[in-house]
Design a protein around this ligand. Structure first.
Ligand code: ADP
Length: 160
C-alpha cells in the first residue's frame, strides 16, 4: 500500500490544491493532506479551520485523510508510514523552489520520493495568497476555492 503525504499551508485550500489532490488519490492507495503549521506563527486562518474546510471540501474522495503537523515533513512522513510526498507545480518559479525542497527532503530521508503533478491550465494562476488578497479587497473568490471555503470566507468578510 503506497501512502502519499500532500503537505502545505492550505491557507485556505483552493481549487488548484483540490485538483492535485484528486489526481494524487487516483494514483496512490491513500493520500494524507497535511496542514503544516508553526505554533509561533499565525497564519490567515487558524490551523483547525483550515483542516475543517479541507475536510468539507473533499467529502467525495474516499481515500483521502486530513491531518495537521508541525516540524519536518520527512519526520511526519516516517511517522505516518508514507513513502511519497505529493506536490503541485504551476510555474518555473514553483519548480526552482520545489527542486531544492525535494532534494533537501531526500537528503534528510533517502526513502522518501517527491512526486510532482502539473496543474491544469485553468488552475495555474490560483494561489492561497491571491485568494486572501481578493478577499481583503472585497472581491469575488467563488471561482477560486471549493464551495464550503467560499461560504465560510464570505460569512467572515466583516471580521477580516
Ligand atoms: P506551501 O506553503 O508549502 O507552498 P501551499 O499550500 O501554498 O503550501 O501549496 C501546497 C502545494 O500545492 C505546493 O506544492 C504548491 O506548489 C501546490 N499548489 C498551490 N497552488 C496550486 C495550484 N493552483 N495548482 C497546483 N498546485 C498548487
Amino acid at each position: 500500500m503506497t501512502i502519499a503525504i500532500y503537505p502545505g499551508s492550505f491557507d485556505p485550500i483552493t481549487n488548484g490544491h483540490i485538483d492535485i489532490l484528486k489526481s494524487g488519490a487516483e494514483i496512490f492507495d491513500k493520500v494524507i493532506i497535511a496542514v503544516a503549521y508553526n505554533a509561533d506563527k499565525n497564519g490567515f486562518l487558524p490551523v483547525s479551520t483550515r483542516a475543517e474546510l479541507i475536510q468539507e471540501s473533499i467529502k467525495d474522495i474516499p481515500n483521502v485523510e486530513v491531518d495537521c503537523f508541525q516540524g519536518l515533513t520527512v519526520e511526519y512522513a516516517k511517522k505516518r508510514g508514507a513513502s511519497v510526498l505529493l506536490r503541485g507545480l504551476r510555474t518555473s518559479f514553483d519548480f526552482e523552489y520545489e527542486l531544492q525542497l525535494s532534494q533537501t527532503n531526500h537528503a534528510l530521508y533517502d526513502s522518501i520520493k517527491t512526486v510532482f503533478l502539473i496543474t491544469k491550465p485553468e488552475y495555474n494562476f490560483i494561489s492561497s495568497s491571491c485568494v486572501r488578497e481578493i478577499l481583503l479587497n472585497k472581491g469575488d473568490i467563488s471561482g477560486f476555492v471549493p464551495e464550503p471555503v467560499a461560504k465560510y470566507l464570505n460569512s467572515k468578510r466583516d471580521d477580516i
